[in-house]
Every structure is written in C-alpha cells, then in structure tokens.
Design a protein around this ligand. Sequence first.
Ligand code: GLU
Length: 596
Amino acid sequence: MPLRRATAVTAVAALGLVTLVPGAPAQAADTYGPTARGYGGAVATVDPTATAVGIEVLRRGGNAVDAAIAAAATLGVTEPFSAGIGGGGFFVYYDARTRKVQTIDGRESGPASMTKDWFIDPADSQPYDFPEARVSGLSVGTPGTLATWESAARKWGTKSLGSLLQPAARVAENGFPVDPTFRQQVTDNAAVFGQFESSSDIYLPGGVPPAVGSTQRNPDLAATYRLIARQGTGVFYRGAVARDIVRTVQDPPVADDPIGEWAYPIRGANMRLSDLANYRLRTPAPTRSGYRGLTVYGMSTPSSGGTAVGEALNIIERTDLSSASRVQALHQYLEASALSFADRNRYVGAYTPQWKLDRLISDGWARQRACQIDPAHALTKPVPPGDITASGCTPAPVGGPVEEGQSTTNLTVSDKWGNVVEYTLTIEQTGGSGIVVPGRGFLLNNELTDFNFTGTQGDAPDPNLPGPGKRPRSSMSPTIVLKDGKPFLALGSPGGATIITTVLQVLVNRIDLGMTLPQAMAAPRASQRNSAGIQAEPAFHTQYGPELEALGHTFGPDVPELGAATAIEFGRNGRVIASSEPARRGSGAAAVEFPN
Ligand code: GLU
C-alpha cells in the first residue's frame, strides 16, 4: 500500500523518531510494511504511527507492556473511531519470567441503574432501533481503557503511565496525515458526528470530512492525555473529566444547528459519578485449551472469545486435517464455528458460572458436538445449542441469533526479554456513540449495545441481557499460543462477532494448512456464525464456493473484508515475524527491533 507507507515515513519523521535510530530513514519505509522479520522486540498494529511509537519505546529500553500502552494511546489519536480512553478492551500478557499468561478485563460496565429493559422504548414497549440506541447516552458504558493502561503499567511495565502518554499527546498536538481509511470512517459517520458540535469540530472541519493527506490534529485530546499524565487517572474516574463524561451521557450535547439529518431522538441516560468512581478492572484467569500439542490461552468472560475459539478448536481437533483436502478442512472449520456459536449464544455472558465455561472448552464437550459433523453434508443452520447438562449427541431445541460488527483495533507487541502482549480495544461501532466529550477530545463508546435488547433463546434464559453494573458480552479474542511453555504465536483482530472466526481461521491456516504466518493472515476469509449463509470475502467465495456449496453450505451476501488482524510468531533462536494485514482496512504496520 504505497500511501500507507508514505504515511508511515511522514508520521515517523514528524515525531522525530527515525533520527534516533542509526541508519533508520532508509529502513523506515520497509520496516512499517505489513510484515517484518528479525530479532528482539516486535510491534504489529493497524497503523504506522502507533507502530512507530511502540517500536521506539522498545528501542529506548521499554518492555512489551510499556510499548503496548504507548501504541494503544497513539491509536486513540490516529484510530479514534475504533479505540480510545472512552472505551474498553481486553489485555492478555505472557510474562517471560514467570511463564504465566494473565489477563485484564477492562470491559465497559453498565451503570448501576441499568435494568433488563434498558433498550426497550417505554413509549411502545418495543426495542429501540439499533442506530437510535447507539447514538444516545443509553449505549455508553463506563470506560475501562485508561484503568487498564494504568494497571498494566504498574504491574508489568517499567515506565510510568504519564511518560507513556507523551508520544500520543505529541501526535495529537502536531497532527498526523489523514489516510483514505480515516476519511472513509468519517464519511460513514458524517450524519452522526454532525449532530454534536464537539464531534464535528474535530472530524468535520468546514462541515465535511477531512481530505486525504491533510493534517488531523486534536489539541483537546493532547490536553486530556497531559492532564492525566500530571494528575493521574483519578481525574478521569473521580475528577473533572468524570464530571464531563457524566454530563455528556446524561444530556448529550446536541448541536443547535446540526450538520445533516438524524432520524431519531437523541436520549440521555442515567450514568452517575459513582458509576465512574466505582469502576473496577477484573483479572480473570485466561481460558486454556490444548490444540495439536499447543496450548491456547484466550480471554474469559465477559468476552466469549476464549471459550468460542477454544471450543471450535477442540471440535476441529477431532479430525486429522493433515491428510484432508483444503475444502474438507474449511468444511470442518465452518461447522465447528457454527456449533461453537450456538453454544456461545446460549450459555456465555458476563455471569456464566465457571463450571459451564470449563465444560464448553473441555474435550468431552467437543466430542459431544463434533459427532454431529458429517464430512459429506453441511448441517442445516442455525444449529441448536448443545444441552450442557446431558451427555451424548443431543442438541437442545432452540437456535440462536446472528450478530454483526466491524469496529475495534488490535495490537500485538513483544520484547527482547520474551514478554508478549496481545491487546484488543474498542469503542464498539466505528465511531462509537458518535459523541465526543466536549473539550476533552475523545469519543464515548456505545459498548452497551453489545447486550441483547430482548431475549434471544426462546424459553431458555439469555445470558446477555442488560443488568445493573453488568458488562456486555464481547467477542474480542486476544490469543496467545504456547508451544512447550514458550510463546509460539500471538494474535487478535477487530470485527465484532467475526473476531472469533478470524482468529480461528488464521490459527487453522497457520497450524493445519501449511501456510506461513503472512500467508495465513492474507488468505481470504469466511465466517460461519450459525446463520443460514456463510459471510465471505469475494475471493473466498470465488475460490471455495462451488465445492462448499456441493457439500450443502450456503453463502449469504459477500462482504468486502473480514477483520484487521495483527500477530507475532516466535521462531528459533529469538527470530520473530511481526504480521499485520497486507490489504484489509488500508493495510497494517509491523516492525521488529532488529530487522534481518
Ligand atoms: N463490541 C465488539 C465486541 O466487544 C467489538 C466491536 C467490533 O469489533 O466491531 O465484541
């Protein structure tokens, strides 16, 4: 992607970063392409400026946690529609010294006043339309991202959060070049941002999306980062920023003279200062499952990512794919994914008891589910969930829903000491709720729309209905795979519920189908989330459609792209491959500390 590369060099030069590394200017353009090979630490993100910041922290002696935080803070500036301090996420960390994988659950939580019928319109007892719920105070959960950075820096980092926010503050102040992805994301959100002066002032200069190549600045966000650097995160959770967030959620700052039309009333919601003050991170044990001799660690609830990926892998593992055709391998992948999604929808939410989660990623459960897969015929979708209390090949009677999504960002960072961070963070939809907190420069999330608005499981209870202080179910799947107790692969992706299938497909591509990591990332994707039609990228549909249709699979309408993954693979003698998307979402940026 020539434009992205030019952007990388410009951004890095603007930061004054390349000059710090002898001989770097000639290297920089190549270093921030989608794939980088070499030694030492590595960074893979969707954005060249964030990658540049991350690699610079590593070169100055920071560890993977320091670099991940600095890069994530930069993504809050350059990818503000996907991530930032107005949102939440899941941080997974492998510590080389203790050889343990630990997690931080920085998911947004619902206000204490949240009730089961939060998304039901009292006027007609019907659920709100999605855009009406999204662009409102109702969708905004208490953000967990800043608390995540602080906690990770304290526990595992070597630098203060304040110092790690500085590069991002500089990018926000000096600006960065608008690329086609950024412009497109503003264009898609123009009607939403146009309703709020705080949003349109930053993202619709002169009333229109910024031109490609123009310099995008956000001085308010620079000031907010610096305020937090000086005063600590208390200012965000209990001080002046907290007051601004609460005011914005209670009474969204709708412009007197909006730009463009919005079809819905814009509602406030009952978030209080105590919701922010009482926000707490969780540190659940990671999910853990075996796959062909490897150990796969993922994110536990409230994300469904760890159990859904783990269950599907366990099901796929029942079949020896080494001698299977490519189409048969994809058939197994699609069927396992559908079965896993049926179970996820039925059983997984913020409060799922541990015994159920353990059961879902057990080999016994995989046997019970895999027995339904016929190598010669696709199952009719949606498939019913399994009965978790029964044994044998017996599905329960009711199917589950289909979910969509496309926002979020993911980054993968490692250091020369062998520590690894896999971090997915989001503000939910691209553009979140669309509401920038006035004077503070960041968008508020709409994460609470990840709850089901009404029950989806027939007579069975729905694990993902709203509740007081509850966290909505996520699909984010930051994943670290160990081989003989040491990192082999770390990966994750955005993409709503397709995150699970993207992570799964890259793993199967790499582990079972003989692809290198860059090939596994580039290969065309398809997602079967237990709906009638497979959602596929056009290249996948063209290449495999006829043979999969002959097995009874059906395809829904194609989608231009699925996911925007990042990954790092760890080879022998300290070799690393950092990998990001070669084309999707405008291509990503990977770098290693000591390139080959
Ligand atoms: N809110 C979604 C989740 O947590 C992620 C949003 C997206 O990637 O589109 O699963």
